[in-house]
Design a protein around this ligand. Sequence first.
Ligand SMILES: Nc1ncnc2c1ncn2[C@@H]1O[C@H](COP(=O)(O)OP(=O)(O)OP(=O)(O)O)[C@@H](O)[C@H]1O
Ligand SMILES: [Mg+2]
Length: 294
Amino acid sequence: MIVLQTSISKMIPKRGKVRDIYDFGNSLLLVSSDRISAFDWVLPSGIPDKGKVLNQLSAFWFRQLGVPNHLITTDVAKMPFPKDTNLETFDGRSMLGKKCKVVPIECVVRGYLSGSGWKEYQKSGSVCGIKLPNGLRESDPLPEPIFTPSTKAETGHDENITFEQMIEIVGQDTSEKLRQKSLDIFRRGSELAIKKGIIIADTKFEFGFSEDEIILIDEVLTPDSSRFWSADCYQPGQGQPSYDKQFVRDWLTQSGWDKNSPPPELPNEIVQKTQEKYLEVFRILTGHSLNQTH
Ligand SMILES: Nc1ncnc2c1ncn2[C@@H]1O[C@H](COP(=O)(O)OP(=O)(O)OP(=O)(O)O)[C@@H](O)[C@H]1O
Ligand SMILES: [Mg+2]
């Protein structure tokens, strides 16, 4: 493996909402920070350990799912860091992945009626152009999981699109492959999660081309990309508490913040409760506590 000569501190990462992405040539270093976003804003307060949970849970799923994916390693000792790098900053929250040409579609799969899907169903009886049976309640399971793609907006809100619109953007062949892969991965992930008492209500996958092969990239089946519900507490006919930013969203909503100006700092109590939720779902799904290293 070629070791980079320049100092890591001189490399300028591309900053996503949550990840810092360093370009290492054929590979990308994805460093998951503790940043948290809500209502399309990155909040001024971080959630301790969140980046490690996202990174290590994604790695867990990449290994479990057994589908072609971008994961090369999560072991910082095996990454081509310049010699003078302080590895502690990266340990536990970093993933080296194959660099891909990203397919500009968010591949959303929904197994239950919730969020924007529920809102759309109440108005039209369908979700992203897919007609659903009458009489479904909020959080009800769908007759079968559905693929509801959305655009991958550089800024602002992702927009739901129909399968036909997806075909216009990425072509018929890629669209069909991605729909099939997304539904397969969702089924497999859901089967594994339900054994641990977790319902995956919906989730979002990203795919990329590595040479001519389409592979799973980014993060997978994490609390940031998915709605996880506790099977024990599940009660259709209403919204479900979810294992992610529920405390943060609820607190922000009641704080009086207008959602148009920079958001306020979170109180310590909300930060702590949110951290506990991330750690808890990690423990439930993987069967062990978060490892503070890789
Ligand atoms: N293997 C890969 N090759 C190329 N790009 C990748 C790969 N894996 C992930 N990415 C890209 O890296 C970025 C990850 O950053 P991050 O999740 O922080 O940002 P975001 O997706 O812009 O924000 P959000 O997830 O909050 O919508 C995404 O743009 C994703 O498409
Ligand atoms: Mg992302």
